[in-house]
Design a protein around this ligand. Sequence first.
Ligand code: ADP
Ligand code: MG
Length: 398
Amino acid sequence: MNRRSVRSLDRDTLDGRRALVRVDYNVPLGAGGRVEDATRIDATLPTLRLLLEGGARPVLLSHLGRPGGKVVADLSLRPVAAALEHRLASPVRFRSDTDTEQAAEAARALPAGEVLLLENTRFLPGETKNDAELARRLARLGEFYVNDAFGSTHRAHASVVGVTEHLRPAVAGLLVEAELEALSRLREGTERPFVVAFGGAKIGDKMPLVEAFADRADTLLIGGALANTFLAAAGREVGRSLVEQDAVPFAREILGRAGIEIRLPVDLVIGAPGVEAGESRVVAAGGIPDDMAAYDIGPVTRHEFAAVIRDARTLFWNGPMGRFEAEGYDAGTRAVAAAAAEAAGHGTYCVIGGGDSARAVHEAGLAARVSHVSTGGGAALEYLAHGTLPGLEALDDA
Ligand code: ADP
Ligand code: MG
């Protein structure tokens, strides 16, 4: 998937001209609108600096949360504008409208060296429907288009896809470019052994991804709640563990496939469901009592998974190995994160994708030690499964 990069734009395209930039500032907001994690803001700074240095005037569009096509005061991007200004160290203006003629006028009047951020695109009912009329109004904001919202690129929305009908060039920002480079490397020409570690909870969403990698990986490591579904498929007792019944036949089919090495947990950390910070203990897989649930992989499994990861030449990891947010169930996720960092240290190409997995490696302080941590979540998973995304199709070819 080769898309034209923002780096290819010449002086004539940039200087004095308005760049309509789709960013993904879907950041967690705390009390009083404080930005609790600015990773997604920081990820766009290289593209914004490149545009500003080239003399372009960036006009930014983003969504935040799921307001469902109407104004929801708590989901305003206003606090994000302040956080961006602080981190970019250039003036950032904010407007509480998005697709009006006045907003377009404000964009045209934006002084060189400044940035304009408009209000949440999902306050507009046409955004998620890729409404053609809305796309036309949004396109008035810029003279060319940059997509640096990797995490939104799997959405055929007006600010991601529709708007590109009216703006050329339409190019990939540096974040999108870096994501594509890292994720493409997992789809093509992967060095072996290629190990894929899956965990997390949403097996329904992950079936296409498991499918995409099942035959290509040398070893699949399966932990997290995902492992419960596989253990159930293998006929083991899982007690009250989280199992997606609908996915059991799929798991059974994957387990039955020839030529794939699949490692399921051999031991598990279990606890009583609904009890926070209750007593936990380790049991062998298959030995979960009826009233208990598995919340993490056990110590023997941690050791085995870490050993497989250390011997990999390529690693892709998606989904925490347990309920890592809860006290006492984070050891599996930490062990896999540490093994990934260690492997990356001796040259293994290590990519981590998925919103919660990314959070876990950031929290473990290991993000800088692996090859790439995708900011993409769903977009990364969809790109890995299908090799393209609607918002990429909409951009110029390289
Ligand atoms: P990602 O965002 O990295 O793709 P998911 O969203 O699929 O990952 O899964 C993350 C969630 O899975 C976390 O909230 C975590 O608590 C939960 N989880 C992981 N293992 C278990 C388990 N054994 N039981 C219940 N929930 C689990
Ligand atoms: Mg998640």
